[in-house]
Design a protein around this ligand. Structure first.
Ligand SMILES: [Zn+2]
Length: 434
């Protein structure tokens, strides 16, 4: 079915803004950008809005909404907080928790997530039901973590088989990190990724514990270890890369892997990825929110702005403009997740994934520079419409097919059980995480 969405502006990318334009979509694909729609085709006027490509969140764990607000005490967010709750999860819990995380993604204008979690079939089920595009991988660990063993590798493989033909789901391989996944399994998963032409999504050099572990066991930093075993290449999405030694960032950039800056998580944890150095070496980096253990929300508008602040705060000649940040959070993240595709999100032939920003709100006025206003002033409140794979998910700030309060209640019911089982209810009451 063919239809045209009309808007005051269509932001194709930071440099191309079309005034009083129509986006023609046929089923789930953009088939034309025009100032005059074909006669008789349906026109939906979105009003005083700017249509733009949806945000693409390059590193999430939407199901980890479970630990919101608990990752900021002296307890380690990963080793104490997340791994304290996660052994008690089941697939149904992950579906219900992920739906709450996805609500936050959608209402703040994200149309694609790159998610890494246990019970990946549950995450994918939630993504399909909510209508968000999901690059999703099943977390595989061989040491320490809450879910280990051959069964997890089988689940990673069966997830690919079961979901690869789902239009909204793009399976990835997702080893957890270089300390928690042994080299043999890292390379086993890499082989599967190569033979199926899929990306690999990993946490790389994210904690001092990981760094000390690979130094002790392999005599190398996590990034040098990953390089030595032949793991790093341009199809690797590497979250964090923030605990590094001399030479690590150079190796990372040379490998073509895509390092993901999670600015809120990094700033709150006191360890930043060195975005300026990556730029100096002619490399590129992406932006993701990470999870509630580190950041507490999934808002890519906020995250993009913080990425700009932190990168520019060092007053180096590697400062970026709001427009460059806009292109990372939309176009570049999308292309990297699609194995370095050169297709941009708002081009003819691409998925009909886009959002609209309400221009009548005070945060968007006056309107001297549309893209700068989106990056520097807009909030989730200005996200008016969300269309993914040709389907309307949010219209006029209302979810069309999701009962927001039912999703919130069901997630809280799951948490009531999880917090008791994990003894977290008592620990929260005792102030252990405050
Ligand atoms: Zn993470």
């Amino acid at each position: 079915m063919q239809k045209n969405y009309k808007a005051k502006y269509v932001i194709q990318n930071s440099e191309t803004i079309l005034e009083n334009f129509f986006i023609e979509i046929t089923d789930n694909i953009i088939t034309n950008l025009t100032n005059e729609p074909v006669n008789d085709s349906e026109v939906i006027d979105l009003g005083n809005v700017a249509i733009m490509p949806g945000f693409v969140n390059a590193h999430t764990h939407v199901g980890l909404v479970s630990v919101k607000g608990l990752g900021h005490s002296t307890a380690s967010a990963l080793y104490d907080v997340m791994w304290g709750i996660e052994p008690h999860l089941n697939e149904d819990d992950v579906i219900k928790l992920s739906k709450l995380g996805i609500l936050d993604c959608l209402s703040s204008g994200t149309t694609s997530i790159n998610d890494h979690y246990f019970f990946s079939e549950g995450v994918a089920t939630a993504a399909i039901e909510m209508g968000i595009r999901g690059f999703i991988g099943h977390t595989v660990m061989t040491e320490y973590g809450p879910w280990l063993g051959d069964e997890q590798i089988s689940m990673a493989e069966s997830f690919i088989k079961n979901f690869i033909h789902e239009p909204l789901i793009h399976p990835t391989l997702a080893p957890h990190a270089t300390d928690t996944t042994n080299p043999k399994i890292l390379m086993y998963l890499k082989d599967i990724a190569e033979s199926n032409n899929l990306p690999i999504h990993i946490h790389l050099s994210q904690t001092k514990i990981e760094y000390d572990y690979t130094k002790k066991n392999f005599g190398l930093s996590p990034i040098k270890h990953a390089k030595k075993i032949g793991f790093l290449d341009k199809n690797v999405i590497a979250a964090h890369c923030n605990v590094v030694e001399d030479g690590d960032i150079d190796i990372l950039v040379q490998s073509g892997a895509y390092p993901i800056f999670c600015p809120s998580t990094h700033a709150l944890g006191g360890k930043l990825m060195d975005t300026n150095k990556i730029i100096n070496l002619d490399g590129v980096w992406g932006i993701g929110t990470d999870c509630s253990g580190g950041n507490d929300d999934y808002d890519m508008i906020e995250e993009s702005r913080i990425a700009l602040y932190i990168n520019n705060s060092k007053n180096l000649d590697t400062k970026m403009s709001p427009k460059q940040i806009f292109d990372i959070s939309t176009n570049q993240n999308f292309q990297k997740l699609n194995l370095n595709s050169d297709m941009s999100p708002m081009e003819v032939g691409s998925y009909a994934d886009f959002i609209s920003i309400d221009l009548s709100n005070e945060k968007m006025q006056p309107l001297h520079d549309l893209v700068n206003n989106v990056v520097l002033s807009a909030s989730a409140r200005e996200v008016n419409d969300v269309i993914i794979d040709g389907k309307e998910i949010i219209r006029d700030k209302e979810f069309l097919n999701a009962d927001k309060y039912k999703i919130i209640n069901e997630a809280n019911e799951v948490l009531d059980r999880l917090l008791i089982k994990s003894n977290f209810r008592e620990r929260i009451k005792d102030g252990e995480f405050s």
